[in-house]
Design a protein around this ligand. Sequence first.
Ligand SMILES: *[C@@H]1O[C@H](CO)[C@@H](O)[C@H](O)[C@H]1NC(C)=O
Ligand SMILES: *[C@@H]1O[C@H](CO)[C@@H](O)[C@H](O)[C@H]1NC(C)=O
Ligand SMILES: *[C@@H]1O[C@H](CO)[C@@H](O)[C@H](O)[C@H]1NC(C)=O
Ligand SMILES: *[C@@H]1O[C@H](CO)[C@@H](O)[C@H](O)[C@H]1NC(C)=O
Length: 510
Amino acid sequence: MAASKVSAVPKGLGAMEDVAVAAKKGRWGFVQFFFVLSVVLCALLYAPRVFVLGPAHGVDVVGFFTAANSSEGTSSEEDGGRLVLDNQVHSPCASMRDHTICCDRSSVHTDVCFMAGDVRTDAASLSLLLFPPHDQQKQAPNGSSSTATEEERVRPYPRKWERFIMEKIPEVRLRVARPPDERRCDVRHDAPLLVMSAGGYTGNLFHAFNDGILPSWLTVQHLRRRVVLGVLSYNPWWAGTFGEIISGLSDHHVVDLLHDKRTHCFPGAIVGTRFHGILVVDPGRLRDNKTIADFHDLLADAYEKPKMTPEKTQAAPAETRRPRLGIVSRKGTRVIENQAAVAALASSVGFDVEVLETANGLPLSAWYASLSGCDALVGVHGADLTKFLFLRPGRASLTQIAPLGVSPIARECFGGPAARMGLRYEQYEVTGRESSLARRYAPEDEVVADPEKAKRSKGWGFVARVYLGGQNVTLDLGRFRETLARLHAHALLQRRRRGQLAEETRPKKR
Ligand SMILES: *[C@@H]1O[C@H](CO)[C@@H](O)[C@H](O)[C@H]1NC(C)=O
Ligand SMILES: *[C@@H]1O[C@H](CO)[C@@H](O)[C@H](O)[C@H]1NC(C)=O
Ligand SMILES: *[C@@H]1O[C@H](CO)[C@@H](O)[C@H](O)[C@H]1NC(C)=O
Ligand SMILES: *[C@@H]1O[C@H](CO)[C@@H](O)[C@H](O)[C@H]1NC(C)=O
């Protein structure tokens, strides 16, 4: 049923499928991939949920390999120095035993499997083999647990409900090694492995963070970089674009699992990544209660460390400047047609304005440098707004301009997440008169007059083609001035608060 609905929704998705298939054949074409995806955006994530998912399928039963007690009664004594692979509370794998494999398949988004013990790769079959300890091998060569002969399979990408993309993620096999199995380690690692994917929709910035980086962080941040990333669909574009963040996740070299034919050995492995929701970190699900602000710290460490800028010297002159406003400037679709007038208006309201062109070829570190200095960011809904993650939590604001028909998607993809990160969030809803669609449709046409109704009757393909792919905006300067004035007042208020905090030279933490 899901498949038929997907094929009824071609245009954006269809174009992407071609690209994705080309990618699978080994022709990466990342630039193209990026652009096609940018058109369809975050909505990709939204649409399948609305149109495809329907009632969730029966949740897979948790696979749980339990080694018999036999020779391995030792695990509990070693708890002190034991490697805790699974950081999620209430997970069936949170208390897994040594020398076992445990899979948590209870989420509709993602499957994650854990292997505790001596893990070795078999590149030819994209398998991870768990070798029992030597004494156990000798004493019970037949294997002490009959279920241990079964194989677990995982596609490590957190969009389990979306068959279209999951079919493009290679399947990793996990099993307990049996007597004929023998692997000599070519490379021995002293940190566990995380198997993740740099494929899927990762060519799109929103998906790169939502499906890749943030879930990986959720899964292994508790290991404090003592983890080896084993990456499927590893490619130079991914490594180059996210290099600093990758180094922030792991102290070790990345292993290109599909191309590296050596046998790598690890003291444990995690296959797949956790997922808490769209750009969400749910502290209640993490043993160490980490939040999205902690994820922001990862980005700050990744991008600020190399320059070694002492925070104090940077902060002081910044406070004497006018508040800084960044305007995300898109090309092609969802363009602000009167952007120059908007920038001039913002300047007259009291901002120093920086126009940030998307697809400008600048590295993320340059974006981080710009955005971390912004008091406010304004932009039309689009994948580049994912960079709100670079704004300063508890200090900056994000204003998303939602074109006609895009309002709920905008709120879900960036509005909620930005607010949870401690940013002041405002959504500027474009009216019919401000939309370029008013030039194509009569004012009383439901496309302009009642987008939510039009979306229900015309379907996802229409949303992708017209609302997302065929709409620009011309902001009403009178109305937008009010928004800008609020942003400016907020920026000044935040400064005063910081100033007061600085003056109270009492203990720093407050
Ligand atoms: C395994 O150990 C538990 C307690 O440690 C015990 O209750 C159980 O009977 C044992 N199972 C087997 C198969 O020996
Ligand atoms: C292993 O299994 C085989 C047949 O299944 C049996 O003949 C043999 O005795 C077993 N070995 C041990 C050590 O249990
Ligand atoms: C996480 O939060 C829970 C509940 O508020 C608390 O009991 C626990 O001590 C916290 N853990 C850490 C590591 O802060
Ligand atoms: C939106 O603006 C861009 C850039 O000016 C232009 O290429 C595109 O055709 C416009 N789209 C619509 C629907 O007017």
